[in-house]
Design a protein around this ligand. Sequence first.
Ligand code: SAH
Ligand code: SF4
Length: 374
Amino acid sequence: MAVNLLDFDLEGLAAFCDGLGEKRFRATQLFRWIHQKGACDFAQMSDLAKSLRDKLAVAAEVKQLGVISEHASADGTVKWLFDVGNGDAIETVFIPEDGRGTLCLSSQAGCAVGCRFCSTGHQGFSRNLTSGEIVAQLWHAEHQLRARLGLAVGERAVTNVVMMGMGEPLQNYAALVPALRVMLDDHGYGLSRRRVTVSTSGVVPMIDRVRDDCPVALAVSLHAPDDALRDALVPLNKKYPLVELLAACKRYLDAAPRDFITFEYCMLDGVNDSPAQADALVQLVRRAGVSCKFNLIPFNPFPASGLTRSPRERVLAFAQRLQDAGIVTTVRKTRGDDIDAACGQLAGEVQDRTRAGERMRRIPIAVVQPAQRV
Ligand code: SAH
Ligand code: SF4
């Protein structure tokens, strides 16, 4: 079977080329053809020797993902649904904003963490994506957008990558790291470490590993100021409770390319959005001594969750409370609403082989009624 060259970082490609009896600089040329020029046909690669092109044609391929659908929103957001075989599909979203283009990538088909408010979590886990499948999302988006937007040679469509699509990237560590290296490599996509963000629900040991192996910007999905509530919203919290998670965040900062951790906080009506909970959050991060920013995400509702989005005034009041305590806080704009492209809406067509959604719906969650709110 042909080897998928999108699976390799530059080191991996050099080893593969070595196996074909080729020098390292050939691997660099090949890597640049694939990632910088978007080539997938070896015959096109005019500065590679014919003998090498022939060898590659037999032994290797640049394996693209099958596109099931593509939707462009009026605000410039583009969402792709890709087929990853066996009935599974994943989503990728491009979000243009003044001066930058952010691509949100998936790391798994489904997710095993099973967060209460996440439609991917409700679908259960199907499988890990390969490095090649993670990189193929970027390859496809970058080269297609470059052509579509009529960008000049050297101009990039994707300036930032966030691992915030489907899946828990730190539960697919072995595939994640080579994919990150392709994004960062100057011969690949040349993104700076500050412009590549891994978002995690809190896989503590892997936060330490990514710090050691390939530090990039880190976003941690917090969602609750105390263990009891976080256990209910993010079941992984039972394994790695808040003190351990925050200690890992603090350790991460020693090697991080940015001097803060971004805490994501999905605003759920009557669940985690009270002023008292904002104060508890301030205490939590202060006690841990973690330099941080907060990103409040208005919940994207879906019927099976049984949850609703916090009203805008409550989100703004919550943000204000954090700001007043000196914590930089942003409220995520909802983008691409007309094509369901917001984070957490990346449902794909993953088959729920584990009946995760069904199990989750049987666990009640406490919603504070307006009259009882503090
Ligand atoms: N598994 C990783 C990355 C993917 S989820 C993580 O959990 O961090 C990316 C972000 O979308 C997370 O912060 C997640 O909490 C948020 N999210 C998931 N479902 C959502 C929803 N329905 N509404 C708003 N945000 C959601
Ligand atoms: Fe998985 Fe992240 Fe969704 Fe939680 S929020 S179920 S970790 S994708």
